[in-house]
Design a protein around this ligand. Structure first.
Ligand code: G6Q
Length: 586
């Protein structure tokens, strides 16, 4: 075993010893056969499972919850309301083994360049490595850099929070604006909302991501430049939306406060590109760094988490990292059949690849988690929304589901109809906390009664006899209800996972986010994807650059398709830049 592998195991509390740990994923004829066999076995098994009703499985087996639930820290995952038996779990675990999940997991943790299209290590786990064990990239231990940056962020955050860091006119910072997009926005925004009870009173957090000027103006118009701190967050520091918003914020600041020298007190940067930061006019002393082995959508644990650190303080940020680290250790150490991220991943594969489900819903019954679905949309769909595998070959199964969702109770009054009685199977994750931060305890109980009843209803459904019984209870004769009865039958058998957290704390949130990161990683391994690049985002960006130039060109473009040419031409005319596109010149 290599030194890196030993380190990775040690940092997760595993002592590499007598038991054999496979640390290489060899793509051999044998492994391909194992994969094919595992998939075939699952296909055959699917035919046995498809006709079964979960309500019957529950009726036959009082221990079903005990067998199909796992706990890690303060997180409980109940996956018993799935269309599975013991055999399903065992076959799915065989699939994970055949796909090389244990080997790839170790390869990620020990810093192999598993992002093979960009030749990069994938080490968001190192950002929360609390063990003191080294992590090597190209022979260099990255942990000293990681810890140095966390300490710098902590010191800066405490200066802002204590009022030691003041605006140019000596006033305390009251508003922090994060300017970033995608991975440089969604994570910090979601976490700041989720941990709102931990935010220092008197500090308000704002997020500008969209290049839509209305969104930018909306935030800026409510701010006092003398008490505002801008964090320009961009890994590349070249992203057009972020750079445009940052330039606008800078102009806004200068137009109100004059002097360029005052910028230093009001603008800091988070990036991997110090040259571009300096060019923008931000003092590199006020820059926080991270590294190319941190993917944008996995970066909230890095300096990209600066707004979180300022909002909740160094101690709570540290607890967030502790939670993620605890989930990392669980992911590395727990047997696959008891491993929370692995189980969630396998259940997803079961429904996407065998039942033909096309989407997956995430339904938090928690106002604090209202941005979790948007965050997970990026994490999942940008990671695994791919149809070419690691080796550049077409993928033969479906990959990332369309992930969607919204807070639970609101959803019940909107789209749950489709979950209950629609023609599509939509597996769903229900997420809630037992303890609430709200003083309105009875509100929480009402919400939680709905939380439990919805998964029960989705699983049980309501048979014809039960529906007739329900009609009879209202005093009506079911015979008079006619075909209305058919509309009131619920097929049931709709699968859900329930994630119950004891309380929304930094630690538990860290665990929850890391749980989903690893779930997505495991699915990527099973589908043999590189989950860590995002080439699909490129094409639209490139074309947009050309089109922007064309708005003010001499004539409308003729180089696109007829639709795009004409749309650009119409836009030019509607905004006072005349002329007709070639397609319109008749
Ligand atoms: C995330 C993606 C993407 C990225 C944004 C912002 O994994 O790469 O969402 O985070 O495009 O990029 P910058 O941080 O470089 O501005």
């Amino acid at each position: 075993m290599t030194e890196q592998a030993r380190n990775a195991l040690q940092w997760c509390g595993i002592r590499p010893g007598a038991e054999e740990v496979r640390d290489e994923r060899a793509e051999t004829a044998e492994s391909r056969v194992a994969m094919r066999d595992a998939m075939t076995a699952l296909m055959q098994h699917y035919r046995d499972i498809e006709p079964l009703q979960m309500r019957d499985l529950f009726a036959r087996d009082p221990q079903r919850f005990d067998r199909f639930s796992v706990e890690a820290g303060d997180l409980l995952l109940d996956f018993s309301k799935n269309r599975i038996t013991d055999e399903t779990v065992s076959l799915l675990v065989q699939l994970a083994e055949a796909a090389g999940v244990p080997e790839m997991r170790l390869a990620m943790f020990r810093g192999d360049k598993i992002n093979n299209t960009e030749q990069r290590a994938v080490l968001h786990t190192a950002l929360r490595n609390r063990s003191g064990s080294p992590v090597l990239v190209d022979g260099q231990d990255v942990m000293s850099g990681v810890n140095r940056e966390i300490a710098r962020m902590g010191a800066f955050a405490e200066r802002v929070r204590s009022g030691e860091w003041r605006g140019f006119s000596g006033k305390r910072i009251t508003d922090v604006v994060n300017i970033g997009i995608g991975g440089s926005d969604l994570g910090p925004k979601m976490v700041c909302e989720a941990l709102e009870p931990f935010i220092q009173p008197g500090l308000a957090l704002h997020f500008i991501s969209n290049v839509d000027g209305i969104a930018t103006e909306e935030v800026l118009s409510a701010l006092d430049p003398e008490t505002t701190l801008f964090i320009v967050a961009s890994k590349t520091f070249t992203t057009q939306e972020t750079m445009t918003n940052a330039a606008t914020a800078r102009e806004w600041f200068l137009s109100r406060c004059g002097d360029e020298s005052r910028i230093a007190k009001h603008f800091v940067a988070v990036s991997t590109n110090s040259e571009a930061v300096a060019d923008f006019g931000i003092d590199v002393d006020n820059m926080f760094v991270f590294w190319d082995w941190v993917g944008g959508r996995f970066s909230l644990w890095s300096a990209i988490g600066l707004p979180i650190m300022i909002a909740i303080g160094e101690q709570h940020f540290s607890e967030l990292l502790d939670g993620a680290h605890a989930m990392d250790c669980h992911f590395m150490a727990a047997p696959l059949e008891e491993n929370m991220p692995v189980l969630l991943a396998l259940l997803g594969v079961w429904y996407q690849n065998y039942f033909g489900a096309e989407s997956h819903a995430v339904l938090p019954y928690d106002h604090h988690l209202r941005s979790l679905p948007a965050y997970l949309q990026q994490l999942d769909m940008e990671s695994n929304g791919k149809s070419v595998d690691r080796d550049g070959q077409p993928v033969l199964t479906t990959t990332s589901p369309v992930l969607w969702g919204a807070t639970g109770i609101n959803g019940q009054h909107a789209f749950y109809q489709l979950l209950h009685q629609g023609s599509r199977l939509v597996p769903a994750d229900f997420i809630a906390t037992a303890e609430t931060h709200s003083g309105l305890r009875h509100h929480h109980d009402i919400m939680m009664s709905n939380f439990f009843s919805q998964t029960e209803a989705l699983m049980r459904g309501r048979t014809l006899a039960e529906t007739e019984g329900a009609i009879a209870e209202t005093g009506q004769d079911p015979a008079d209800a006619g075909h209305r009865v058919n509309h009131m039958i619920f097929e049931g058998n709709r699968p859900t996972n329930t994630l119950l957290l004891r309380k929304m704390t930094p630690r538990n949130l860290g665990m929850l986010i890391a749980l989903y990161e690893h779930k997505i990683f495991v699915q990527g391994v099973i589908w043999n994807l590189n989950s860590f690049d995002q080439w699909g985002v490129e094409l639209g960006k490139q074309l947009a650059r050309t089109i922007l130039d064309e708005f003010d060109a001499q004539a409308s473009p003729a180089t696109h398709d007829a639709s795009t040419n004409n749309l650009i031409s119409r836009y030019r005319r509607m905004t006072g830049r005349e002329d007709l596109a070639p397609g319109e010149r008749h």
